[in-house]
Design a protein around this ligand. Structure first.
Ligand SMILES: Cc1cc2nc3c(=O)[nH]c(=O)nc-3n(C[C@H](O)[C@H](O)[C@H](O)COP(=O)(O)OP(=O)(O)OC[C@H]3O[C@@H](n4cnc5c(N)ncnc54)[C@H](O)[C@@H]3O)c2cc1C
Length: 353
């Protein structure tokens, strides 16, 4: 059986960035990732605060080569019918981006490989504690002195080690892709609050536009948002999103979980969880990828020194910032005081902090 210093499980932004950092420090690290990054991945809008993180990771030139679309700002019909815009013009970090997430994630894992990490194309089924570390049950098994759970929202590996998943909502996303038009009404990121949740649309570098509805799973089921008919009816009823989707040919509806949660604890002897596995945020924050890279920045020290508390404090700080932003953002929208979706977001348990 292969023997490793660290096994990172999951090659999304969190896991790939941790593998990259550890490999650069001379650690014998392997990155388990079952996919070939050949399927569409959600999470395509990156805020300006990603820029210093990509530079610090020394993958800025790789990122530029991806040909991401510049995002100049966001616009929203939130808290009122009128559209308000926020430009990134005066943002100290510059502009934001729209990326193809599968290519973005692959870029980081390739950088990790180039720096000496071993990519293991396998799904990890289970991890068991063993003498001096952990046994990794996968098609390519290994024994590792330490492990990182970077498997995303499900956080299966950490839960298998006894950590608790504290869920704060039942958010789902029902998304469809449309071919981008030259005369597009909404060009950059746009968000619209509606009675049953909120809509989001953004352009993608491959000439497509994503249009997605975020709501709670029971509401999505009631509205049949997973069907083309249910989705189209809901889109048509949204004042600003309706005209963007009207009469346009499109593909199937893809429904994915976007449920927010926190893991407790986020680290233990010889292991830590990073990215969405540790703290999964409501995508309204657009902060999932930047948080994943921030956790990665602190994770290598935690793994190499065994000092977990600075890492746990960082995750706690991210959760507190997120909870504040969450309360403010959802608090701004007061037009639907008795709607289930908005009522659920006024409960203190809806926050992850
Ligand atoms: C609908 C939606 C829209 C979003 N929009 C945005 C956005 O616009 N901007 C933004 O910043 N964030 C957004 N997010 C959040 C963002 O996508 C996540 O925060 C980010 O992907 C977290 O990265 P991660 O590496 O922790 O997890 P993930 O990106 O989920 O990666 C997990 C990886 O683990 C692998 N994996 C899973 N199980 C196993 C296993 N058993 N063995 C081995 N590998 C495994 C998976 O294949 C995957 O590559 C969105 C999220 C959702 C759900």
């Amino acid at each position: 059986m292969r023997s490793l210093d660290v096994a990172v499980i999951g090659g999304g932004p969190a896991g790939a960035a941790i593998a990259l950092r550890l490999a650069r420090r001379g650690v014998d690290v392997a990155l388990y990732e079952p996919s070939a990054y050949d399927q569409v991945r959600m999470g395509e809008t990156l805020p300006p605060s990603i820029n210093p993180l990509l530079r610090e990771l020394r993958i800025w030139l790789d990122f530029v080569a991806l040909g991401a679309l510049v995002s100049h700002g966001t616009a929203a019909a939130w808290g009122g019918d009128e559209v308000t815009a926020r430009s990134f013009l005066f943002c100290p970090y510059g502009n934001g981006w729209h990326v193809e997430r599968a290519r973005f994630d692959r870029m980081i894992s390739k950088a990790a490989e180039k720096s000496g990490a071993t990519l293991l194309p396998a799904r990890v089924r289970r991890v068991r504690r063993a003498v001096g570390g952990f046994d990794i049950d996968a098609e390519i098994p290994a024994r590792a002195a330490a492990i990182v759970d970077a498997t995303g929202r499900a956080a299966r590996i950490s839960r298998g080690l006894g950590a608790r998943h504290i869920r704060s909502d039942k958010l789902v996303c029902a998304a469809r892709m449309f071919p981008q038009r030259a005369d597009e009404l909404l060009r950059d990121t746009f968000v619209e609050a509606v009675e049953h949740g909120w809509w989001y649309t953004a352009p993608l570098p491959d000439g497509q536009r994503i249009v997605a509805c975020f709501t709670d799973a029971p509401i999505a089921a009631r509205m049949e948002l997973g069907t083309p008919e249910g989705w189209a009816a809901a889109a048509a009823a949204a004042e600003h999103i309706g005209p963007v989707t009207a009469g346009r040919a499109t593909g199937p509806v893809r429904v994915v979980s976007a449920a927010a949660h926190r893991l407790h604890p986020c680290a233990g002897p010889g292991w830590l969880a990073a990215g969405d596995a540790a703290l999964a945020m409501d995508p309204l924050s657009s902060g999932g990828v930047t948080s994943a890279l921030r956790m990665a920045k602190a994770a290598d020290d935690a793994l190499l020194t065994g000092r977990r508390s600075p890492y746990a404090q960082l995750v706690e700080g991210l959760a507190v910032d997120y909870a504040r932003q969450y309360s403010e953002s959802y608090g701004w929208e007061t037009r639907f005081p008795s709607a289930d979706f908005w009522l659920a977001r006024r409960m203190p348990s809806a926050r992850c902090g």
